[in-house]
Design a protein around this ligand. Structure first.
Ligand SMILES: Cc1ncc(COP(=O)(O)O)c(C=O)c1O
Length: 449
C-alpha cells in the first residue's frame, strides 16, 4: 500500500473557498506558508484562549504523550482526567461536583440532554422528555445539539432527520421587535418561556438550554440582568432543569470563569464547556453536574452515554496545563479588563463608521453588527457579500475575522471579536487600527459599486 495519488486532492470540509495555508502560530499571531502574519482576532472559532504555541502546554503535551496518550475508560481511570475534574469543580466555586469529558461541544450537549433525561427517569418523572431552547441559538452540529439550535438553513436541510426542540424567543438587544424596548422584550421572552412550559405541560418539560452570552447565532448577545434570575425562578417553579451552554462563553472568556458567575442566583443545574477549555491544543468538551443529579443516575446503573475518546488522558492533561496558564497569568481578569478596553475601542469605531450598527458582548466575547443603514438597521444585499468581503479584506490587512450571517441575515450579520485572553492593550490598539482600515476599505469598495 502506498500513500501516493496523483491529481489535486481536497478535504471537502472547506468547500471551494481559497484560503491561505497556515504554517505556524505564536501567541496571538498565526503565520501562513508565505510568511504573512495574522492577528487571531477571534481565537479561531473562539477557541485558542491562551494563544498559540504556549511553551508550558507544549511541554505538557510531550510529558503526557511519553507516559500514555490513550487508555480506554472501559479499563482505566486516569490521573489527568481526575485532576481536571477536580480543577474544574474548584474553579466553578464548587457549585458542581463531577465532570464528564468528551471530545467537543456538541458531544457534551448530547451528554447533558441524556443525563437530564436519565435523572428524570430515576426520579420517577418518566414523562419528562421535552427540551426547550431559544431562537436564535446554536448548540452544535450533531442531531440532538442541532435539534436545540435554531437556524432556518439548517432546519430546511436537516429537520426531517430529527425531532426539533421547542423554541422560545431569545431576548435580542439590537433587533428588538416593534413596540418593545430591550427590557420589555426580555420580559416578553420570560413570559413566553413560562407560557410555553405550561402549554407543553410541566410534567413533560425536561430542560431549558441557553447560551448565557450568545455565540455565533446571536453575535455575543447579553440579556438584561434580571432575565437570568427570572429564568432560574421559572425553571424552579416548574421543575425544569436549566442547562447553560458555555461552549463559547465559558473557561474565562467573558471575564468570569463561568459566564453564569456574572448573575448571582441564576446558576444552572448543568454546564457545558468546550472550546477554551483545551484552547485548541486538543479536542475536549465537558459536562459539569452536581452530585444531586449524578449520584442517582450512577447508583441506578450508570450513565448511558460514552464515546471512545471520552476522558482522554492526553486531552485532559493538556486542559490542566491550559487551566494552569489561565490561573497563573490572571487571564480571566485580563479578559474582563482588556475586554472593556476593546469594547470601548469598537464603540469608538462605531461612532466613526456608518456600517457598524451595534457593538455588544462581555469580556473578550464581543461582536460588531454590520449594517448598510444605521437608521433602518438594514443589512447589505446578498450580492454585496458584506461580512464575507470584510473578512477577505481583513486577511489582506493581517487580521482574521470570524463572521456570521444566520438565517440568511434575518437576524443580522456580524463579526465576532474575541481575541486570545493573553491579548494586551498594545495588541488591541494594533488590531483596532487594522479593523478600521478594513472597514474603510470595504466602505470605499461599496461607494465604487
Ligand atoms: C455555543 C455553542 N455550543 C455548542 C457548539 C458546538 O461545539 P463543537 O463545535 O465543539 O461541537 C458551539 C460551536 O461553535 C457553540 O458555539
Amino acid at each position: 500500500m502506498k500513500l501516493e495519488r496523483g491529481g489535486p486532492i481536497q478535504t471537502f470540509y472547506i468547500g471551494n473557498k481559497k484560503m491561505p495555508v497556515v504554517e505556524r502560530g505564536e501567541g496571538v499571531y498565526l503565520y501562513d506558508e508565505e510568511g504573512n502574519k495574522y492577528f487571531d482576532a477571534s481565537s479561531g472559532p473562539i477557541t485558542c484562549n491562551i494563544g498559540h504555541a504556549n511553551p508550558k502546554v507544549l511541554e505538557a503535551i510531550k510529558n503526557q504523550s511519553e507516559k500514555v496518550c490513550f487508555a480506554s475508560h472501559a479499563f482505566f481511570e486516569n490521573k489527568p482526567n481526575r485532576d481536571l475534574a477536580k480543577n474544574l469543580v474548584t474553579l466553578t466555586g464548587e457549585k458542581y461536583d463531577q465532570a464528564f469529558f468528551v471530545s467537543g461541544g456538541s458531544e457534551a450537549i448530547e451528554a447533558s440532554f441524556k443525563l437530564a433525561r436519565q435523572y428524570a427517569i430515576v426520579c420517577g418523572q418518566t414523562k419528562k422528555h421535552k427540551i426547550i431552547a431559544r431562537a436564535p441559538s446554536y448548540h452544535g452540529s450533531t442531531m440532538g445539539a442541532f435539534s436545540a439550535s435554531d437556524d432556518i438553513e439548517m432546519k430546511e436541510n436537516f429537520q426531517s432527520l430529527t425531532k426539533i426542540a421547542i423554541k422560545v424567543p431569545a431576548p435580542l438587544s439590537y433587533r428588538v421587535p416593534d413596540n418593545f424596548d430591550v427590557l420589555s422584550y426580555a420580559r416578553f421572552c420570560l413570559d413566553e418561556l413560562e407560557r410555553t412550559i405550561m402549554e407543553e405541560d410541566p410534567e413533560e418539560v425536561l430542560a431549558f438550554i441557553l447560551e448565557p452570552v450568545g455565540g455565533l447565532s446571536t453575535g455575543a448577545l447579553v440579556a438584561p440582568d434580571f432575565y437570568y434570575k427570572n429564568v432560574r425562578e421559572i425553571c424552579d417553579k416548574y421543575g425544569v432543569l436549566l442547562i447553560y451552554d458555555e461552549v463559547m462563553s465559558g473557561a474565562g472568556r467573558t471575564g468570569t470563569f463561568l459566564a453564569a458567575d456574572h448573575w448571582e442566583g441564576s446558576d444552572p443545574d448543568l454546564v457545558i464547556l468546550a472550546k477554551g477549555l483545551c484552547a485548541g491544543y486538543s479536542p475536549l468538551g465537558a459536562l459539569l453536574a452536581p452530585n444531586r443529579i449524578v449520584e442517582p443516575v450512577v447508583s441506578s446503573g450508570g450513565f448511558l452515554h460514552g464515546h471512545t475518546y471520552a476522558s482522554n488522558p492526553l486531552s485532559c492533561a493538556i486542559a490542566n496545563a491550559v487551566l494552569n496558564e489561565v490561573i497563573e497569568n490572571n487571564l480571566v481578569e485580563n479578559a474582563r479588563v482588556v475586554g472593556d478596553y476593546l469594547k470601548e475601542g469598537l464603540e469608538n469605531l462605531a461612532s466613526q463608521l456608518s456600517i457598524i450598527g451595534d457593538v455588544r458582548g462581555r469580556g473578550l466575547l464581543l461582536a460588531v453588527e454590520v449594517v448598510q443603514d444605521k437608521t433602518t438597521k438594514a443589512i447589505f444585499n446578498t450580492d454585496q457579500r458584506a461580512i464575507y468581503r470584510i473578512s477577505e479584506i481583513g486577511i489582506k490587512n493581517g487580521i482574521l475575522l470570524y463572521t456570521r450571517k444566520t438565517s440568511r441575515g434575518e437576524n443580522g450579520e456580524w463579526l465576532m471579536i474575541a481575541p486570545p485572553l493573553i491579548s494586551t492593550t498594545d495588541h488591541l490598539d494594533e488590531f483596532l487600527s487594522k479593523l478600521y482600515e478594513t472597514l474603510k476599505d470595504f466602505e470605499k469598495e461599496q461607494e465604487k459599486r
